[in-house]
Structure formats: structure tokens, C-alpha cells
Design a protein. Structure first.
Length: 612
């Protein structure tokens, strides 16, 4: 029996290393998470079909292909991905659809190149994940924030256009009565949005709790919307009577009711025919490779273009998803912590992206699946875990099996209103203003350039531009910290094979833009061979009062916890009273050496000696 149990444990560990769902699923608490995930899944499933209709009409492919992709791709990422909110799919606004349509005119050429591009991109992503090449692909926080802001502006512009020109789907022109009804519905829903937020129980509880716990304005740091916020105490009605996401759920149900009421029989029959249509002569991977090899053999330029597209596509998929995960997801505090659902490892994410691309080959995709910005924003705002995406895929499959898609169809204005309400969850448009206020003009230029590139060129070109800007920023921007080894006073110096480091901050501001450079300098020293860092003293004497944001405080918290797990103590020296109060509110101060802010390096070294 014992060998069997040992073999089972080894097999479970091996599977958990390759399928992160086995890490966080045992920690799933249905009483806390299931209501949010189920309601979000219903809303997400109601919004998938209009996007599939838009995509199929744009690329001239059957809707059934897009529907099956919308079922398979989220399930694949939920099994192999480690982010709790990232959605992979075929969303037009953040996919390669505009690029594929503009590059290749022939449908046969488009199908062949799409299959080859997807397969080679998936294989390249898996290879990058196995080799852990993510360490060499650097995306700065500032460039990533600009990428998210530009993508949000791009999506919001398109959704506002849809909101101002109501229609059931792009395939069928609505009648004048439908035009009036949908326009009136959209106006009423947008006008009722602030009112619904105030009357719904628990909707603004966290905001009220945060306002009660605030300190006086003189000691309160300037806030960014991507900051740590104080969560409200749990209400006894949360798990029984309170239904979350009632706003989004009500919007979708009202939209479906209006569609079923005012759509005539000809439109419904047309939708059914579009959903059941199939591709006349679908191309498989073998024929696609034969076609592309023949084309590349006749033209060296075509072979070079395809090779470059594979590399750039894989890079764009990783960068756009990394921006969502690392910047939007890690900077947003939710009721559930990411730490409770497994550690986020980017090399596993790369393998997951590649497996999603390779798994989608059975459904003849025209381009690789990508991270859906609008869907991820909805899941980040309303859901708790990847269970929402899995349930949404199951609901999509159920509707497709029962032929209910022609009736369970949310009108485009309602879909636009939902996405517009969810988009602020993935970006913060006040970041540029904060950079200018703190006189970080170089970072502000990088942020603005990434935002403009993403807003005008889409996520594909925006992510590549953000990568180039990150490299330039890392290479030419001056260092904000200096690291030096110091001699610790007894009894700390009695510890063998340990070293105490002093990290001096040379900047007058500490925020989301330059803290990652502080972490990078520290990691470079502590991870150096032969160095055993036993303590780190962070000297912030140059920091101007209230020149920081709460995201930086949150990242200091995560950084201190990580070093503490490695047996390295942290002390803060030269802090102002306001910065010390901010550390105390975040729960960091009591975990520091000595439980306070030290006056200098000697005081910090003595505190570390007593703490050890």
C-alpha cells in the first residue's frame, strides 16, 4: 500500500508541476467563490457569440469554427495556465485578425498561413517556456502600463462606435424599430449605471471601508487606481442571499429579452443558417505546410516573412499576456489572493500559451489564439478564479448543442456597455498624470509612446513597440539605486557566510515606474554566485514626503515577504513619518527588523542583529 501511495504522490506532484489547475483547485472554496464565478460565466457566455459573429463575418469563415474555438481555447488555458483571470480566445480587438486580413488577400493563402503560423508559434512558445527564455524578455512596468492603456482606448473606441450605432449583429441590418429600441435601451442602461451601483447591497462596501480607514490628507499617499485597497468585512449575507454581478447579469438578460421580442423570424432563421454553415473544403495542417513550403521555395522573401511573423507572433502573444498578468492582475487587490491559488510562473505561462495554440489546430484556426483584453477585464472585475472561464466554455457548448445560439444573443449595444464598464479593471489612465507630477518625464514619454502605439496599431504592434521601449529604457535610463556591502555590528556579524547590503535610493520619488529597477538591482546582487545576503537595509532618506503610490507599497510588501522566506531580513532607514505610517497601514512595519523605521545603517544593522 505504501509504494502505491508514494507512486500516487509522485504522479500528483508531476502532474501539478505541468497542470497548475491541480495546485489551486483543492483550495477552491465554493461558498466564497462559486457565486461570483457562476454569474460571471453566464455573462461571459452571453457575450461570446456576438464576437464570434463579428469575427466570422470579417474573415469569411463559418461561425461554427469560431464557436468551437471559443469552447476549446478557454478550457485548454484553464488547465495549463496559472493566472486566475486571463482569458484566451479569438477576440477581434486584441487578436491577429486585422493583421491577417490586411496581409493576405486570398482565402486559401490565409487558411494555409494561419495554420502554419499557429503551429509554429505554439511550438516556439513551448520551447521558450521549457528553456525559460522569459528571463531575457523584459517588459517594463511603464511600457506595460502604456500598452494596457492604449489597448483599452482602442477597445473603448470600437465599443463606443457600436454603442452609438446599434445593431443585432454585423451580418443582419436591423429595422428602424429595432434601431430605436436598442438605442433607447443603451441610453437607459448607461444612465442607470451610477444609480444601480448605489442601490445594490455590498457594491460599494470596499470603497466605503477604504474611506473610513483613511488617514488625514497630510500623511495619506497619493493613490492610483491600481493600488492596495482596504477590503470591507464580510457580510453574513454574502454566501446566502447576496447575488454578485447583478448589474452585468441584468444587462445581458434584458438584452436577450429585447432581442427575442423584437427579432423577426427571418433574422432568427438567418442566424441559425449562419451557425450551422460549414467550410466547403477545410484545410488540414499537412496540406497547409505543403502549400506554404511550396510558396516559400519559390520566394525567399515569403520564407523570411513567414519566419519573422512566427517569431513576432510568439513574442506579441507573450508580451500582451504578460502585461495583463503582471501589471493589471498583480496590481489589483481582490477578495481572493493569488497566493491561495498557486504561484505564477512565467515559464509555465509560456508553455500554456504554446499548448493552447497547438491544441487549437484541430479546429483550423486562421491565427493563433491570444489573450482577450475585454474578456480578461470582465473576469478580473467580476470573477474569482478560472472556474468562470471553464463554466463559460461549458455554457457555450451547451447552447451550441441545443441550437439556442440564435435566441441567446446579446445585442451589440449591451455587449459594448458591459465591456466599457469592465475595461477600467485592466488599466489606470491616471498613471501618466502621476509620472508627470513626480517629475519622471522619461518614464512618462515611454508610457505615452506605448499607449499611442497600442491605441493606433493594435495590440500586435503595440506589444512589440512596448518591448523595444522597455529595452531602451533599461539601457539608457540612469540607475535609481546603488547597492554596497556594509559591515554589520555584533551580534549580526557573528553569523557565518552572510553579508549585509545597503540599498540607497537616489530618486526623490518611489512609485510603480522605478520600484521594479530597485528590485532588479537587488535580485542581481542577492542572486550572484558566492553571495549570501543575510540582510538588506533600504535607505530612503532621499525620498520626498508623499512622493510614492500605494502600488509601490504593495510591491514592497511582496518583496519583503519573498526575502523573508529566503531567510533575509529587511530594514528601512531614513524614512519620513508619512512613509512609516504608510508601511504600518500595509502591515509591513511590524515585520521589519526591529519593528520600526531605523535612523541609519548602524541602527538598522543593530536591529537586524537583535531580530536574528
Amino acid at each position: 500500500m505504501r509504494p502505491c501511495l508514494l507512486a500516487w504522490r509522485i504522479a500528483r506532484i508531476w502532474l501539478a508541476e505541468r497542470m497548475p489547475v491541480l495546485e489551486w483547485l483543492p483550495s477552491y472554496r465554493p461558498r466564497v467563490h462559486l457565486a461570483h464565478d457562476v454569474t460571471t460565466a453566464v455573462v461571459l457566455a452571453c457575450l461570446i457569440l456576438p464576437e464570434d459573429m463579428v469575427l466570422s463575418s470579417t474573415l469569411h469563415v463559418p461561425v461554427q469554427t469560431s464557436v468551437v474555438m471559443s469552447i476549446a481555447v478557454p478550457l485548454l488555458y484553464a488547465l495549463f495556465g496559472s493566472s486566475r483571470f486571463l482569458c484566451f480566445g479569438t477576440e477581434e480587438m486584441s487578436s491577429f485578425a486585422p493583421w491577417i486580413r490586411a496581409t493576405y488577400d486570398s482565402e486559401i493563402h490565409r487558411q494555409a498561413v494561419g495554420l502554419v503560423l499557429t503551429s509554429l508559434t505554439g511550438a516556439l512558445l513551448v520551447g521558450m517556456g521549457v528553456a525559460k527564455l522569459h528571463r531575457w524578455i523584459y517588459l517594463s512596468r511603464v511600457a506595460g502600463g502604456g500598452l494596457l492603456a492604449g489597448a483599452a482606448l482602442n477597445i473603448a473606441t470600437r465599443e463606443m462606435n457600436v454603442l452609438l450605432q446599434p445593431a443585432i449583429t454585423p451580418l443582419f441590418a436591423p429595422s428602424s424599430l429595432n434601431q430605436v429600441v436598442y438605442m433607447a435601451l443603451a441610453v437607459i442602461l448607461l444612465a442607470a449605471l451610477p444609480f444601480l451601483r448605489t442601490v445594490m447591497p455590498g457594491c460599494d462596501a470596499s470603497r466605503r471601508a477604504a474611506s473610513v480607514c483613511r488617514s488625514p490628507p497630510r500623511t495619506q499617499p497619493r493613490r492610483s487606481s491600481l493600488t492596495v485597497k482596504v477590503t470591507a468585512p464580510k457580510s453574513p449575507m454574502t454566501n446566502t442571499q447576496y447575488l454578485p454581478n447583478k448589474l452585468f447579469l441584468g444587462l445581458c438578460l434584458c438584452g436577450i429579452a429585447v432581442h427575442v421580442t423584437f427579432a423577426d423570424d427571418s433574422e432568427l432563421h438567418g442566424l441559425e443558417r449562419a451557425l450551422t454553415a460549414r467550410m466547403d473544403d477545410p484545410m488540414d495542417v499537412r496540406h497547409a505546410f505543403a502549400y506554404v513550403i511550396e510558396l516559400a521555395g519559390s520566394s525567399v522573401m515569403a520564407a523570411f516573412q513567414l519566419s519573422a511573423n512566427v517569431v513576432l507572433s510568439a513574442l506579441s502573444i507573450y508580451l500582451s499576456a504578460a502585461a495583463l498578468i503582471q501589471h493589471a492582475g498583480c496590481a489589483t487587490t481582490k477578495q481572493t489572493s493569488d497566493a491561495a491559488f498557486g504561484e505564477l510562473r512565467m515559464h509555465k505561462e509560456l508553455v500554456a500559451y504554446g499548448l493552447v495554440c497547438l491544441g487549437s489546430l484541430a479546429f483550423a484556426p486562421l491565427f493563433p489564439p491570444v489573450a482577450c483584453f475585454a474578456r480578461s477585464a470582465l473576469v478580473l472585475k467580476s470573477a474569482r478564479t478560472q472556474v468562470a472561464s471553464m463554466l463559460a466554455a461549458a455554457l457555450v457548448g451547451l447552447c451550441a448543442y441545443c441550437n439556442l445560439y440564435a435566441y441567446v444573443l446579446v445585442p451589440a449595444p449591451v455587449r459594448a456597455a458591459v465591456f466599457l464598464a469592465a475595461l477600467p479593471a485592466i488599466c489606470d489612465m491616471t498613471e501618466l498624470r502621476m509620472l508627470l507630477r513626480l517629475d519622471l518625464y522619461g518614464d512618462a514619454i515611454v508610457w505615452a509612446a506605448g499607449c499611442v502605439a497600442s491605441a493606433l496599431g493594435g495590440v500586435y504592434y503595440g506589444s512589440l513597440t512596448a518591448y523595444v521601449l522597455s529595452i531602451a529604457q533599461r539601457r539608457w535610463q540612469p540607475a535609481v539605486v546603488s547597492v554596497e556591502a556594509i559591515v554589520a555590528a555584533q551580534p549580526y556579524a557573528a553569523t557565518e557566510n552572510t553579508q549585509l547590503f545597503k540599498v540607497s535610493l537616489h530618486a526623490k520619488a518611489l512609485c510603480f515606474s522605478n520600484w521594479e529597477r530597485v528590485e532588479h538591482a537587488l535580485d542581481h546582487v542577492t542572486d550572484a554566485p558566492g553571495e549570501n545576503a543575510g540582510g538588506v537595509v533600504l535607505d530612503v532618506s532621499q525620498l520626498v514626503d508623499i512622493h510614492w503610490d500605494d502600488e509601490c507599497i504593495r510591491r514592497i510588501d511582496a518583496w519583503e515577504r519573498r526575502l523573508h522566506m529566503l531567510g533575509c531580513y529587511v530594514a528601512v532607514a531614513g524614512s519620513t513619518k508619512a512613509f512609516e505610517n504608510a508601511l504600518e497601514r500595509a502591515g509591513i512595519l511590524q515585520r521589519l527588523a526591529g519593528g520600526r523605521s531605523c535612523h541609519g545603517c548602524a541602527d538598522a544593522a543593530s536591529a537586524m542583529g537583535l531580530h536574528s
